[in-house]
Design a binder for this molecule. Structure first.
Ligand SMILES: Nc1ncnc2c1ncn2[C@@H]1O[C@H](COP(=O)(O)OP(=O)(O)OP(=O)(O)O)[C@@H](O)[C@H]1O
Ligand SMILES: [Mg+2]
Length: 242
């Protein structure tokens, strides 16, 4: 398997002095699905935001698809690495759902017809085909989460990064999302507290706490390790005998 993400000794301090990442080393391989877990404030979202250069490494190396995530590569990186943010309001900013989902394809220079098809396919993927003309900001939280995912699916990225993808989804939407994600062969990194989702789609789990990786291994092994999980403020997923 070829390595698609390489992170070495990554440190990040927010402008107010909060040390969010304290030396992260991580490799992700092509077509892997990796779950990123850890208590609130562990640094999960901060780590993900480095993968397409929204945050810039304070110290250390972040390399994606063989490119250093630096200013000069940012456009190329963002064409291939898509992030769905924890907060859908950070993702949706256009007047209509169509415009939000079309934004990426238009920026990639797709011709009009291809933009239309990409938007349709992406909305179909999240089962929101009839929402094209709706105003993104008037949707419910769960609907916004699904449209947020469509805004990146429409660009057909090589690496899909999802931060808390199932929060506020109803059970049916959550199940559809899990099925959809399982059907993708692309490389995925999924952060969050929905451990059943992570168990359902990830082969490997990385446990982060206080800005450091404290475990990195087979998803079942990590998620069923009661003392490890509990010592980092987590519980075993129900299906693993919580
Ligand atoms: N914009 C910011 N300015 C200052 N500190 C921040 C900022 N964003 C996050 N932090 C801090 O950085 C640390 C890591 O936060 P991060 O959001 O990455 O955690 P997380 O693991 O994603 O948590 P959660 O499970 O709640 O989503 C926390 O201590 C948080 O308070
Ligand atoms: Mg977070």
């Amino acid at each position: 398997m070829s390595r698609i993400i390489k992170i070495r000794n990554l440190e990040y301090v927010y402008p107010d002095g909060t040390k969010a990442l304290k030396g992260i080393d991580l490799d992700v391989f092509k077509e892997e699905s990796v779950g990123l877990i850890g208590p609130n404030g562990a640094g999960k979202s901060t780590l993900l935001l480095h993968l397409n250069g929204i945050l810039k490494a304070g110290r250390g190396l972040v390399e994606v698809l063989g490119m250093k995530v630096k200013e000069r590569n940012i456009i190329k990186v963002r064409q291939r690495v898509a992030i769905v943010f924890q907060e859908p309001d950070d993702q949706l900013f256009m007047p209509t759902v169509f415009d939000d989902v079309a934004f990426g394809p238009i920026n990639l220079g797709y011709p009009e017809e291809k933009v239309r098809v990409s938007v349709k396919e992406a909305l179909k993927g999240v089962r929101m085909e009839s929402y094209e003309k709706r105003c993104s900001h008037h949707l419910s939280f769960g609907e916004k989460k699904r449209i947020s995912l469509a805004t990146v699916l429409s660009m057909q990225p090589e690496i899909l990064i999802l931060d808390e993808p199932t929060s506020n989804l109803d059970p049916r939407a959550r199940r559809h999302l899990i099925e959809l994600l399982r059907s993708f062969t692309l490389t995925k990194i999924v952060a969050g507290h929905d451990l059943e989702l992570i168990l359902g789609i990830c082969q490997r789990v990385v446990l982060l706490d206080e800005g450091r990786i404290v475990a990195n291994g087979d998803a079942r092994n990590v998620l069923s390790n009661k003392s490890l999980m509990e010592s980092h403020g987590l519980e075993l997923p129900l299906s693993l005998g919580a």
